[in-house]
Design a protein around this ligand. Structure first.
Ligand SMILES: Nc1ncnc2c1ncn2[C@@H]1O[C@H](COP(=O)(O)OP(=O)(O)OP(=O)(O)O)[C@@H](O)[C@H]1O
Length: 296
């Protein structure tokens, strides 16, 4: 099972949204990270055959998807970004409608819907109108529609947009449970969505792939760049603010500041600074640190 993206580019008049992107995806969860405008949605629209590339190809097990037509669509489950839902429909009616669009037979659709409603834990509200759903329920319903055809490739664009932290964790855990023997690609700018579940993280910047690898592999690239400083007052903090990336600030009960910072060469920075070197220790970087390092 392999989805291969080969030298893909997309030009919108003057804007190069994707530039020469190549990727090989096999079964497992991939996190596609990048700030707004990095090209994630454009890449996803091309992979899901909703947009034509200017150049390059996408292949499924060696076959160009452009030549596969409906067969490729039948392998695909796609949850687009911030989709408007039919708020007057019940969840059940929405799923039946989507199943019909996907060409499922009535009986097959009913069985599949009954199964998925349980999987996404919407049993209690499935006969209620979507307008009464919480944000998390709506997202789970959208994920359920993406799974109706039991797809091999699941593409989720910002699956946790607008959710509170608890719902976010639920969705993340849920995605993890459905990923066996499937290719799952999750586009997000929320690092925590993919931090613990992705086998590989792809970081995009300005239409290109900036980094790609297993989370631990990526984190090793910023080892010895993340530290916890202890500062006595705000003034010391202000003098540092220009010189390094501040990831978090915590004030302890003695009013001391514990500041998590990211910098290329901390020791050298303090040596050349005009202030007294604060106490600090290097700490294990997180994906959020990595993201800040590249996109602060
Ligand atoms: N239909 C379009 N016409 C012209 N330019 C577009 C179009 N769609 C996207 N772009 C541009 O292409 C670039 C990549 O956009 P894209 O939506 O793929 O980024 P993204 O990483 O998905 O961002 P977001 O997280 O905001 O969705 C941006 O500069 C965007 O303005």
């Amino acid at each position: 099972m392999e989805l291969t993206i080969h030298h893909l580019s997309k030009q919108y008049r003057q804007i190069t949204a994707i530039h020469n992107v190549s990727l090989q995806l096999s079964s497992g969860i991939y996190g596609l990270l990048g700030p707004n405008g990095a090209g994630k949605s454009t890449l996803i629209k091309i992979i899901t055959a909703n947009l034509q590339a200017t150049s390059g190809t996408v292949s499924w097990n060696g076959q160009n998807i452009a030549a596969m037509g409906d067969h490729y669509r039948s392998l695909l489950g796609y949850m687009p970004q911030q989709q408007e839902l039919y708020s007057d429909f019940t969840g059940n009616r929405f799923l039946r409608y989507m199943a019909a669009l996907k060409g499922l037979e009535k009986k097959e659709a009913e069985e599949r819907i009954a199964h998925l409603v349980e999987v996404v834990n919407l049993q209690e509200v499935i006969h209620k109108k979507i307008s009464a759903y919480s944000g998390g329920m709506k997202q789970r319903l959208l994920i359920a529609q993406a799974l109706l055809n039991d797809p091999k490739v699941i593409i989720l664009d910002e699956p946790t947009a607008g959710l509170d932290p608890k719902e976010r964790i639920n969705i993340r855990n849920f995605i993890s449970t459905i990923a066996a023997n499937k290719i799952v690609l999750i586009a997000t700018h929320v690092v925590q969505d993919i931090e613990y579940i992705a086998k590989e993280i792809i970081v995009m910047k300005k239409g290109e792939i900036l980094l790609k690898g297993h989370p631990e592999q990526l984190l090793s690239s910023i080892k010895q760049k993340v530290a916890l400083l202890q500062l006595d007052d705000e003034q010391a903090l202000a003098s540092l603010q220009q010189k390094l990336i501040i990831s978090s600030i915590i004030r302890d009960y003695e009013q001391k500041l514990h500041v998590r910072v990211i910098a290329d060469d901390l020791a050298n920075l303090f040596e050349s600074a005009s202030f007294i070197e604060p106490a600090y220790q290097y700490v294990q970087p997180t994906l959020e640190d990595l993201y800040l390092y590249y996109f602060h």
